[in-house]
Design a protein around this ligand. Sequence first.
Ligand code: DSN
Length: 418
Amino acid sequence: MHHLENLQQTDSVVHDIIAREEVRQFEKIRLIPSENYVSTAVLEATGSILTNKYSEGYAGKRYYEGQQLVDELETLAMVRACELFGADHANVQPYSGSPANLAVYFALLKPGDKVMGMALPHGGHLTHGWDVSITGQYYKSVQYGVDESTHRLDYDQIRAMARRERPQLIIAGATAYPRLIDFEAFGSIAREVGAYFLADVAHIAGLIAGGQHPSPVPYADVVSTTTHKTLRGPRGGMLMCKEALADTIDRAVFPGLQGGPHNHTTAALAVALHEAAQPAFRDYAAQVVKNGRALAEGLVSRGFKLITGGTDNHLILMDATSVGTRGRKLAKVLDRCGIVCNMNTIPFDPRKPFDPSGIRIGTPAITSRGMMEKDMEVLAGWIARAVEVIADREAQANIAAEVAEYCKAFPPPGIRIN
Ligand code: DSN
C-alpha cells in the first residue's frame, strides 16, 4: 500500500477496504474496457492538497481570492490538452463524461430541440439521448443504430436519418462499438443538415492521443471525453472546441452546470496529459489495439462469436449465447475465475439490459500492466475454460488461483502490494 499510514490510524475500516481493493486490482485480470490503472504520479496529484481549494470561474476571472497557483495549474492543463489533441480550446473542469455532455447540450440547444445519437443498446451512451437520461427527456431524441446485418455504423443510413429528422445536434461516439468511427463522415452529415456535431471520444481518447484512431478534432464543433479510460488519467471530464464556441462552452460548464472545479483532479489530468504526450504512450496505445486483435483472434478460434467478428480498437463485444450461456451468467462466472468484465447488450439483442446476451471486454488495463499478444492467447484459453466449468465453483476457483499467480509477473502502475 502507498503511504496510507495516517488513514490506517484514523480510519482502519476505510483503510482496510482500500487495501483489499488494491489486492483485487493486482490479482485480477481487469477487462472492463472503460477502466485502467493510473500512474503513481497521477495518484499523487489526485491525493494532493489541491482538494482544499475552491476556484469558481476561470483563470484570471475567479470569484474567490488565492488562485495564483490554481490559475497556473488549470492553464497548464488546458494548454497540454490543446497541444495533445490539436484543439483550439479546452475546458478541463467537467466532473466527468455525463456532465461534460450535458454542458454541451446546455451550450448549444434549447430544451425541446432535437438531438440524434447512437442508441444505447447498439453501443451508444445514456447521455446521447437515451430515453431514461435527462438528454432523452428534456430534448427530442432520435437514435441511430448499427446495420442489422453487419453490426457496423452505416453512414448512408445515418445521413438519410439526419436529412429526414433535421436534428440540431448530432452525436458520434460509443461505449460498446469495436470498430473505428468515421468522424469525417459524421462532420459532413452534420454540416449538410445544419446541425452541430459533438464527438464523444471517452472510450478512445487515449487511442486518438496515441495515434491509433483518427481524431474528430478537425471535424467536430465540440469533442467531449472522460479522462480516465484509455487516456489513463484521473476520473474526470474534458471538453474541446473551436475557438468560436469557447465562451459558450465555458459558460455552460460554469456557471451553467457546475460550481467549483476539482483542482486535485485538474492537477492529475495535467500529469496524465503530459504522460500521454510521451513517445511511450504511443507504444501503449498501439499495444492496446494489438492486444485487442490478439484476444479477439484467440476467442474466435475457440468458437466465440464476436460482434462484427473482431475489433479495430480496445474493445470486444461477445455474444455469450454463441457458447450456450448469456452475458450476466458469463460475467459472474468469469469474475469468480479472476477475470473481470461486464455484461452488455448486443445489437438487436432479444434479451433485456439487466440480463443481456453479451459481455464487453477490453485491453486498456491489462496493457498498462505490460501484457502482450502472447498473454492474450493464455487469457482466451482461460475464458474458454470458464465456459466449460460454468457450473463448477471449485474449478472456477482453481482458474482464479492460476490468474492471480500469472498476474504477479505484471505489477500494474500505481499499485504496490507488499
Ligand atoms: N461507464 C462507461 C463505460 O463503462 O463505458 C460509460 O460511461
